[in-house]
Design a protein. Sequence first.
Length: 116
Amino acid sequence: METATGSMAIGVNLIVKNFLVTHVGANPMEMKTEITEDVLVVLIRGLLPPAESEMLSRNGITVVSYQQLREQLFKKSEPVLRERVADFLQRSIKSIHYIFGTQPEDMSIIIYLERL
């Protein structure tokens, strides 16, 4: 079962990374997915390249306003992420939540699955 869970985590990482690159314009440096029976937690680090992070602070853009913009991008494209993860896992998605860290380059995506 460990191998199946590991394969699922790798597959979810690839799906989420592709989603981030194509729909949000981000290419994270590090990702890790934890899977339980009904919950996926995708930890993402290095969402912003150093140049973008420096530009935010230089131009006085707050972390909160940046995170609000990112959340709008995620919500707009969420049906794509929902469909891809559900197809891969062959499970219905109950809800998806985006948790932004205190640094603009870190976040988590929590995906709740419908119970079997």
